[in-house]
Design a protein around this ligand. Structure first.
Ligand code: ADP
Length: 273
């Protein structure tokens, strides 16, 4: 990528000296491009279900004398409306988190409670595929953060694990203290699902990036889940990483600062006094 500068020249004093200011525009241009892409993506993602809804409404009008068809199309309308709702909810969540760095009112968050709350909210979808949700290791661990944001991030990871796994498998949520001085907590979500090709692993945290758009939409995905997870991690001065092997499964790991962390600085984490 080329670099560009905005140059400003201002006269200084009465001896002909000038002040030259060079401002790097590259970052500014990149941010602008990302913003434009995002708006284009949002518009596209909104247009798809809205288009489907208006088509279905027309079809229902034509099928007014066929009650069976009316029921079928009404069901599909409900499905499209639900997709719109999820998309709008995720957009609101994402903008709320992006505006909340660093998190406004952090406190000690017990990990076992957050994990159980996240699992509770995913139970129905897991049960529908006979996927067993297992949790362990979180007793006594606490992070310094926002409980709602942590539950949101965990729920997105568990939702994905369930969505991209075949029936009758297991999803394991485990937590442990991490770092040389236990200054972090690691929570990982492991599945036995389809996995993620290595070439895509770096990009999955981008907004609207999907390995397989058709499959993602079929499972009800908005393409925003992992972007939300990443922003929750960043807002906590933490990180999220992925390990995955196609065909055998994926593990997503959230690393967050422990409550009452030690005074030892560790790259990528912040020590809270
Ligand atoms: P989506 O709503 O499409 O699931 P996400 O941001 O949550 O969006 O995930 C981005 C993409 O990463 C998904 O479309 C999918 O291709 C891939 N992905 C995420 N989690 C998993 C997983 N546990 N197993 C396999 N692929 C996954």
């Amino acid at each position: 990528e080329s670099t560009s500068f905005a140059v400003r020249v201002a006269p200084l004093g009465s001896h002909g000296q000038v002040l030259v200011l060079a401002e790097d525009q590259t970052e500014h241009r990149r941010v602008e491009a990302v913003r434009r892409d995002f708006v284009a993506n949002v518009s596209h993602e909104l247009k798809t279900p809205v288009g489907a809804l208006s088509l279905l409404a027309e079809t229902i009008q034509d099928a007014a004398d066929d009650p069976e068809a009316v029921t079928r199309f009404a069901g599909r309308m409900q499905h499209e409306a639900a997709r719109l709702t999820y998309l709008v909810q995720d957009l609101i969540t994402l903008s709320r988190i992006q505006g909340a760095e660093p998190i406004p009112t952090p406190g000690p968050v017990p990990i076992d409670e957050a994990v159980h709350e996240a699992i509770d909210r995913c139970n129905t979808t897991a049960a529908a595929k006979d996927i067993t949700l297992v949790a362990g290791g979180a007793e006594g661990l606490r992070i310094w953060g926002d409980d709602e944001l942590l539950v949101t991030a965990l729920r997105n990871l568990i939702d994905n694990a369930v969505a991209y796994s075949p029936e009758h498998t297991r999803v394991v949520v485990s937590a442990r203290a991490a770092g040389a001085h236990n200054e972090s907590v690691e929570i990982s979500v492991s599945d036995q699902g389809i996995g993620i090709p290595e070439s895509a692993q770096e990009r999955i945290f981008e907004r609207f990036f999907r390995v397989d758009a058709a499959r993602s939409r079929a499972t009800g995905g908005t393409g925003l889940g992992l972007a939300i997870v990443k922003h929750v991690a960043v807002a906590h001065n933490g990180a999220v990483t992925v390990w995955s092997k196609e065909g055998s499964g994926s593990t997503f790991t959230l690393r967050l600062p422990a409550f009452g962390g030690t005074a030892v600085a560790v790259p990528g984490t912040t020590t809270i006094p």
